[in-house]
Unconditional design. Structure first.
Length: 556
């Protein structure tokens, strides 16, 4: 293979993932790029093999003679075939429409109908029978090569064709993908990104996150979500890094250890689960003692990182929702310095980040990335403008017009402030603010963050519209179940009293209610990106929220 080709990015312009694929094929074709565990065996795919498979997908799509720009959906957990199909769709001149692998039947049906999808690729799913049944039989389906997946055609047959002989490049102004927001309210909206918008973000991530060919990442957060799509999949084409996948939830730790990622991105709920897992092996009191001994501290920290598979990690990150500052500080003592970042589907998940990590900026979402402008409106709303802002909401000009200011800034719906160093702190969601019966407005997010400093609390929602005082609904961690009710009660009451001391009179919590059932994607109380669906939670537990209780701590 020739090695004297010029990297397409050297001219400083935005280029497509296909440009980079062709470059790596020509210069590093025999080097492994993707790693897929199957039955415990790690299957390796080189750049040339990925390119060849993508061209086969493109050939099949061309044979279908679909109109240019047809929408083609991917309904699957992360895997090699997800990347391959995404590339093949690009080569064939069509538009990808990913769907969360956890999506319910109603969402699947809505997205496919709204986007007028012409084909669906189906892969690993938690409830394949129900989810595949939601696909209109008139839409052809292709199954990835994993057990339990049924379709009109299967992967080995689908790719049993010669690859296309050309290396097509799309127009940057063309639509590359429509990403439907998981949405904590209402029907999902189709966020339209062109090659120019979404690729600008992925390409610039190299500088912001200092990505290179030497990096390795685990792709396990949903590829249907903007963060994984941009900062993992698409960025990997520009950096030329290696990507490992996870075989199943049960093999997660094994697969992370096999990768030894240099960058690791997670979400708050998983970070807290990691924390609980560590504390189940080393109780907090013992850990505190060991971490006070300098020589022992380093050994313990290294052992913990190695156990998680993160001993070679240089950048840890968290997004999707706020991570409790207490959790960040807890991990920092173990040498795991978690940088929080912020972004939306509408701005390609490329807004701001605390990179490099700063202990004194915990609780902020960092400073804007280079090329991104962020301001605070007169109403306190965070607004963002950059080349990676979406072009529109698909088939919805009214909502598109509503979300942009006259000078082109995206209205995020987040409230925030910016400090003297340019670091941004989110103070709540405009739509989450509620009014108590006393006519006072309460912003729940800061109160929730204070409550989450108690590691026994895994999920929290502060609510109280038209109540005299706000209340908090809680779900406790799994590990808390091993504690007695009295010990739990003392801890929660202590937290309630400490939090209330920091709040203004109209914000003080009247009580906390401990719910027994966890909030999950499956019971429709969390979005696929693990955000609380506040309106559904409030509706489902309305009787509990409105009931009169004499105790400050209520167990249900």
């Amino acid at each position: 293979m020739p090695s004297d080709l010029t990297n397409p990015m050297t001219n400083g312009q935005t280029v497509t993932p296909l440009s980079m694929l062709y470059y790596w094929e020509a210069t590093r074709g025999d080097e492994p790029y993707l790693f897929q565990p199957v039955n415990g065996e790690l299957q390796k795919y080189t750049w040339s093999e990925v390119g060849n498979l993508a061209r086969r997908v493109a050939r099949r799509l061309q044979q279908m003679a679909l109109p240019e720009g047809s929408r083609i959906s991917i309904l699957s957990k992360n895997c090699v075939e997800w990347f391959v199909v995404d590339l093949g769709i690009m080569m064939a001149g069509h538009v990808s429409v990913p769907i969360f692998s956890t999506a319910g039947a109603q969402t699947i049906d809505y997205v496919l109908r709204h986007s007028d999808a012409k084909l669906v690729f189906v892969g690993k799913l938690d409830e394949p029978e129900k989810q595949i049944a939601a696909i209109d039989p008139a839409i052809p389906t292709v199954a990835f090569p994993y057990p339990g997946t049924t379709a009109d055609q299967y992967w080995p047959e689908f790719i049993d064709c010669p690859p296309i002989e050309t290396s097509p490049l799309p127009d940057l102004a063309k639509i590359m993908t429509i990403i439907y927001t998981s949405g904590s309210t209402g029907q999902p909206k189709g966020v339209v990104h062109t090659y120019e918008t979404i690729c600008w973000a992925a390409q610039h991530a190299l500088e912001s996150l200092t990505l290179s060919q030497q990096d390795r990442m685990v792709s396990y957060l949903p590829l249907a979500h903007i963060t994984e799509r941009v900062l993992v999949e698409l960025a990997s084409f520009y950096a030329g890094e290696q990507i490992y996948f996870v075989e199943s939830l049960e093999t997660f730790q094994r697969d992370v250890q096999a990768c030894e990622p240099t960058l690791f991105v997670s979400v708050p709920r998983l970070w807290t689960k990691f924390q609980m897992g560590i504390l189940s092996k080393i109780p907090q009191n013992k850990l505190d003692i060991l971490l006070r001994i300098p020589l022992v501290k380093n050994l313990i920290a290294k052992k913990v990182r190695k156990g998680l598979g993160l001993d070679r990690t240089r950048l840890w990150a968290s997004g999707s929702a706020p991570l409790a500052p207490a959790v960040i500080r807890w991990f920092a003592r173990l040498g795991i310095c978690i940088s929080e970042g912020w972004g939306m589907t509408e701005n390609s998940a490329y807004g701001s980040a605390v990179v490099p990590f700063r202990l004194d900026k915990i609780g902020t979402i960092g400073r804007p990335y280079k090329g991104v402008s962020i301001r605070i409106s007169d109403e306190g709303e965070i607004q963002v403008k950059s080349p990676c802002n979406m072009t529109e909401y698909y088939l919805d000009p009214e909502k598109t017009a509503e979300v942009f200011t006259e000078d082109g800034y995206l209205k995020t719906g987040d409230k925030g402030v910016i400090d003297e160093e340019g670091y941004i702190r989110i103070t709540g969601r405009l739509k989450d603010i509620f009014k108590t019966a006393k006519g006072k407005y309460v912003t729940p997010s800061p109160i929730e963050a204070k409550l989450m400093q108690n590691s026994l609390i895994e999920q929290v929602c502060v609510t109280g519209s038209n109540l005299p005082q706000p209340i908090a609904l809680l779900v406790l961690s799994e590990d808390s179940r091993s504690m007695g009710r009295d010990a739990l009660g003392r801890s929660l009451n202590k937290t309630l009293n400490e939090v209330n001391l920091t709040l203004e009179s109209h914000q003080k919590l009247d009580r906390v209610i401990v719910l027994d059932e966890p909030w999950t994607v499956e019971n429709d109380l969390l979005t696929p990106t693990l955000k609380v669906k506040r309106h559904i939670l409030e509706a489902r537990f309305n009787d509990i929220i409105q009931a009169d209780y004499s105790d400050k701590l209520v167990w249900l």
